[in-house]
Design a protein around this ligand. Structure first.
Ligand code: SOE
Length: 394
């Protein structure tokens, strides 16, 4: 806020990418000040970039940006831009983020942070050297019910954590005719279900339970080849290509499953697949402690299920807390519980946290250091799947 209590400061955003994630981020820039007023900073949608000019031009109007370009350098080299938001396929995250950090821009980057550990390390260190604020868009931990689980854990309400189980199940790639987009090509995505969705659960459980020490994993590719989808637009399984469309080999995992030992001794498992018919965005965790248990399912994301051992024997069991104004971020979101938290709200909270970090000169969470740590975990998972052994994260 200005000293004279006028309106909050503004910052210009350059968004690179114009797909579904760019839509989510654009809504968040517009919506954040409406939910969290006074906003720490008001984001101004300055420039949007897509390599395809027709897409870039349309995205400018659709997502309400002031201008567009087909070259991301126009954002990174523009002295008017304060924040660079990277919503591209994974293979260009590192190049853009490193250039943006050197230009002194704050950065939001879609997940997973990078293709490799080396890239992620360089992104993290360059951001640190240039003293900028960063955020990796693992948005699901921003769900109020997940934040409430964190609050209960920190308060000791479920005691010492013994074990946990996490899942991220989808079915959009279960059909063998669903196209080979960039998400199935290792040189563009880095890994398959692991990087695309498994890392969301890794982020959530690392946030809730603690650092991962070692992993033991298994990965599988169930559909070895798919019809090739040209271009970088991702239809997430919705496009049906002609029968004669050339096919190409899938070189990433469709599924991964792993056990985890945490630094604090807690033990758990995570399962991620995009081939689980009937499951759409089935992100769950169950955490058992010495004094109680917590259960969350994103498909019912207003709710946190809790069971406290201290309840009387004849009424102990899981109960449902509907998140609302008395819970994390409740002051900004909706005035009564269960009006409905959605994907958009998680992105709005993410945006709020990021601009708060800039305004207060702190780092948001998860930031590039977390993104780098998750890259180390992913690398250990892939190595373990090859060697069939436990692999240390560090
Ligand atoms: C596809 O699996 C996808 O779009 C992921 O890439 C996102 O991170 C997830 O939130 C929704 O599904």
């Amino acid at each position: 806020m200005d000293q004279n209590n006028a309106s909050p400061k503004k910052m210009n955003v350059g968004l690179i990418g114009a797909g579904f994630m760019a839509k989510a981020h654009s809504i968040a820039y517009a919506g954040m000040p409406m939910f969290f007023w006074p906003a720490p900073i008001i984001p101004v949608k300055k420039m949007i970039v897509d390599m395809n000019e027709a897409i870039a031009r349309e995205a400018k109007d659709k997502f309400a940006f002031e201008s567009y370009s087909t070259d991301w350098h126009d954002v990174v080299n523009n002295p008017e831009i304060d924040v660079v938001d990277i919503c591209t396929p994974n293979n260009v995250h590192a190049e853009i983020a490193i250039a943006a950090a050197k230009a002194g821009k704050h950065i939001i980057c879609e997940k997973p942070l990078a293709l490799t550990v080396d890239q992620a390390r360089e992104m993290y260190l360059t951001a640190k050297e240039n003293n900028i604020k960063t955020l990796v868009a693992f948005n699901y931990r921003k769900t109020p019910a997940v934040q409430l689980a964190k609050k209960y854990i920190e308060e000791g309400a479920i005691g010492e954590i013994l074990d946990f189980r996490g899942t991220y199940l989808q079915d959009w790639s279960a059909d063998p005719e669903s196209p080979l987009s960039w998400r199935f090509q290792k040189n563009i995505c880095g890994s398959g279900a692991l990087g695309d969705i498994g890392t969301h659960v890794v982020d959530m459980l690392r946030f809730l339970v603690g650092d991962f020490k070692k992993v033991n994993a298994r990965t599988a590719t169930y559909i070895p080849e798919r019809p090739v989808q040209s271009g970088l637009t991702d239809s997430l399984g919705n496009a049906r290509l002609n029968k004669d469309t050339p096919r190409k080999a899938v070189d990433v995992d469709d599924q991964c499953m792993f056990m985890i030992e945490c630094e604090n001794g807690a033990f758990g498992s995570i399962e991620a697949t995009r081939n689980a018919w009937g499951r759409n965005n089935y992100i769950t965790f169950e955490i058992h402690g010495t004094l109680g248990s917590l259960y969350f399912n994103y498909e019912r994301r207003d709710e946190l299920q809790v069971c406290f051992a201290s309840d009387p024997d004849d009424r102990r069991g899981f109960r449902t807390i509907y998140t609302g104004p008395n819970h994390p971020y409740g002051n900004g979101l909706w005035p009564i519980p269960a009006l409905g938290i959605g994907y958009t709200e998680t992105k709005i909270v993410e945006c709020y946290d990021f601009f708060n970090a800039i305004a207060n000169d702190t780092q948001a969470s998860p930031n590039f250091e977390d993104g780098y740590e998750i890259e180390l975990i992913s690398d250990a998972i892939l190595k373990s799947a090859q060697t069939h052994t436990w692999v240390d994260v560090h």
